[in-house]
Design a protein around this ligand. Structure first.
Ligand code: GH3
Ligand code: MG
Ligand code: MG
Ligand code: MG
Length: 434
């Protein structure tokens, strides 16, 4: 990675060069604009810094020439000015320069360079790329160029293998040709990727193809590709386009991650990690309706820790909290993935058990009750009372009525000595041994 400094004054060059030393970037010195134009043709610069006043031309003129010579700008061109001047700023930005910094205050420029280097390294290094290209010579060129930059490249010549690889692995970007070996075209591969399940389908896709007529390009874009590049292409263009895709992908990944975290905090109880009352009611209503519609059994269990107030009073709230977490773990561990285990509030929990009839729910509840009674978290004897209600054949039961039935049964258990399981259909204690 090299930088070009275009500066006619040696002292000023040394000042600018020092900024690049800070970020360990190799520099090449061009004393004039024409010297710079000669150098860019045969070097691969990642950034060019130009003084506004050069011996043979203005920095803005050099910038315009660089843009013409290289057709498309694929590295930042930075203008360094002796003094602030709004007219020159305007001229600079309209001549295609990326940014302007003052030579009087190089701290800003140093900060810019640090960010520039970091973003360059992060966006492309260690990226996993799936390359789908039938031409082995073209694939070799692309693969080599990306591997130099630290990418891990998997190459397939046909869409079938590429699709299999895509479904089995996670890639940061896909680079694909349109004409491939095998039965699948690049377009069909793209369609399959965009129809994939979940977040996999949003992977950036860069199409690299020799087709350049407008209608075909439009077709390719309509399939949802992220970017398009025409063969033959310049190495820089491929890298810059890929870099942009990867940068956007990383923003999107961060966004998805924070959305998931946010969704989790909305539905989870902070202390125990169980679902909260909001989630229980929302999902519970849906589950009850679904069970009624499809005619499968569903049970609800209300669990309330016995004399928890006394436990708090005797051992303190901190131990009380830890006990709540341990009881939550027991409830969670004894339920299936499709069950809902929620903290309804305080020391009260609710379980929703789809595909579990009343008898099974009673057996399960009594099993959990015994486990809690034998747990002795932090050396404290803890018990809980259970109330069970089931959908059975009653057609007009809602989530709310089922909850009231289970809650009433739980109070029945409290009234009858605690540390026991009561069910609504009998309002009598359930004893598994009998
Ligand atoms: P019962 O057997 O009749 O259910 O008696 P109880 O003491 O468990 O019931 P009560 O409703 O009288 O008291 C519940 C206690 O639970 C009071 C409250 O301080 C405690 N509690 C509620 N939420 C928390 C919590 O997040 N942490 C702790 N440590 N205690 C809690
Ligand atoms: Mg091809
Ligand atoms: Mg209680
Ligand atoms: Mg309670």
């Amino acid at each position: 990675m090299k930088a070009l400094i275009v500066e006619s004054d040696e002292n000023v060059f040394n000042q600018i060069n020092d900024c690049f030393k800070d970020i360990a970037l190799e520099t090449v010195w061009a004393k004039t604009g024409n010297h710079a134009l000669d150098l860019v043709g045969c070097n691969n610069f990642k950034i060019v810094c130009v003084n506004y006043l050069l011996e043979d031309m203005k920095g803005t003129e050099l910038s315009a020439e660089l843009n013409i010579k290289l057709h498309s700008k694929n590295f930042p061109i930075i203008l360094l000015l002796d003094q602030r001047n709004p007219d020159i700023y305007y001229e600079a930005l309209t001549s295609g320069l990326t940014d302007v910094f003052s030579l009087k205050n190089l701290a800003d420029f140093r900060d810019f360079l640090k960010i520039f280097k970091k973003s360059f390294e992060n966006s492309i290094k260690n990226s996993k790329i799936l390359l789908v290209e039938d031409s082995s010579s073209m694939a070799r060129v692309i693969k080599k160029n990306l591997e130099i930059l630290g990418c891990e490249v998997t190459h397939n010549t046909n869409g079938e293998d590429a699709l299999k690889n895509f479904l089995q692995n996670d890639y940061d970007a896909i680079i694909t040709d349109i004409v491939l070996t095998g039965y699948m075209t690049g377009l069909s591969l793209i369609r399959n990727i965009r129809n994939a399940e979940g977040n996999k389908k949003i992977v950036p896709i860069l199409v690299v193809t020799a087709f350049d007529d407008d209608s075909r390009r439009l077709e390719i874009l309509k399939e949802g590709v992220t970017d398009y590049i025409k063969k033959p292409f310049k190495r820089e263009e491929l890298i810059v386009r890929l870099q942009n895709l990867l940068k956007n992908k990383s923003y999107l990944d961060k966004l998805i991650e924070s959305k998931c975290r946010l969704e989790e905090t909305i539905v989870k109880d902070h202390l125990t990690g169980l679902y909260n009352r909001y989630f229980l009611i929302d999902r519970g209503r849906k589950r009850v309706k679904e069970a009624k519609r499809q005619g499968y059994p569903l049970s609800m269990v209300v669990v309330d820790i016995d004399h928890f107030k006394k436990i708090n009073d005797s051992y303190g709230h901190t131990i009380g909290d830890k006990i709540l977490c341990e009881i939550s773990d027991i409830l969670q561990r004894n339920c299936r993935e499709e069950d809902i285990v929620a903290r309804y509030g305080g020391e009260e929990f609710v379980l929703i058990l789809p595909f579990c009839n009343e008898t099974d729910a009673l057996v399960k509840s009594d099993d959990i009750r015994k486990k809690i009674a034998n747990l002795r978290p932090h050396g404290v004897q803890v018990t809980a009372s259970f109330g069970v209600a089931s959908l059975c054949n009653a057609k007009d039961i809602t989530f709310e009525t089922l909850f009231s039935m289970a809650d009433l049964s739980m109070y029945e258990a409290k009234d009858n000595g605690r540390n026991c399981v009561y069910s609504y259909s009998f309002i009598k204690p359930f004893n598994f041994q009998q």
